[in-house]
Write a protein that binds this ligand. Sequence first.
Ligand code: NAI
Ligand code: MG
Length: 364
Amino acid sequence: SSAPNYHIASIPGDGIGVDITQAAKTVLSTLSTASKAFTLSYTDLDWSSSAYLQRGYYMPEDWATQLRKHDAIYFGAVGWPSVPDHISLWQMILPIRQQMNQYVNVRPTRILAGTKSPVAACQKDPKLLDWVIVRENSEGEYAGQGGTTHGHTKDAIATELAIFTYVGIERIMRFAFEVAKSRPRKKLTMVTKSNAQRHGMVLWDKVFYEVAEEYKGVVEFDKMLVDAMTVRMVEKPESMDTIVATNLHADILSDLAAALAGSIGIAPSSNLDPTRKNPSMFEPIHGSAPDIAGKGIANPVGAFWSAAEMVRWLGNGKLDETAGRLMQAIANVTVTGVKTRDLGGEKSTAEVTDAVCQEIVKLF
Ligand code: NAI
Ligand code: MG
């Protein structure tokens, strides 16, 4: 057939990352067969904390070359209690985001049918919460600059330098305005902390208003300090649509967003290189969840939603409908109460996966 084939680098990683990556591959395979719209071939990479403990490294030296041979990367989660988290993050996920030029992290949040929001108003009317958080993914507070002196003594001094560049800010603002413009409400809220952080965040604000000039009359926009933002997200969720924030701020706000939408287990993320010169990476926002790993009860919905976003990205406009059907299949399942424990259900990862596969088949 003429359906395009895409090469995917699959990195399940640690803990529930392994369970949910397997589940996502099952669902993608069903979607591929049912839709006949695309096929996938995988390279399975055992880049994980357990591999690190055995051989001393997460990724081989030629990791970037290996990844660049693929159209996209599907990622589970990395991190395990036996390895300090800053080592697992800095030996895998952060270098991938940086070197693959994935300077945007897109995190949509909606309340899926059948899931409960802890916000009473949203529980009544789930449509009140419908956001896309656009996270700066290459610099800011996670730029990696800093150092430690006298680390093993009580004279220890450590610095953690946040880096904000004109180029880095401008490109994320432009991306965020385009996302806002593409959505029905055409509204962008910019998050900052420029009252206390008077250099980097002030540049962040300045570039935002410069780019905003180009969208005047097209996209409505406003500005929030990050602390006040947490309150607004809980009290007036309907007052926002697209949100742009720095690496750290958006990391925190998107976990809050996921919790307000019902569970961290449903939230997806796309690490995008908008230039399409490098593969983009798709992963649920949650971590390896050591507390529930190996029990077969991880919620695979965030992984499925991430898979849908991967299909959408790969199709570059041609697979939107196919990705939409996967989202419909997920909603058809959650609405009937086939849910894992984090959503108040009692089903296993495998049972939810089977149910979503059956719905996919029905939708074609
Ligand atoms: P976490 O997201 O792994 O878990 C937080 C809580 O949410 C736990 O109680 C967990 O059971 C629950 N949870 C998470 N995902 C779930 C799912 N799909 N279904 C049901 N329940 C779910 O965050 P935590 O505990 O802070 O970190 C654990 C490890 O994961 C650490 O090593 C951390 O560094 C790493 N991590 C990795 C990330 C990544 O690979 N992108 C992101 C966040 C954390
Ligand atoms: Mg996070």
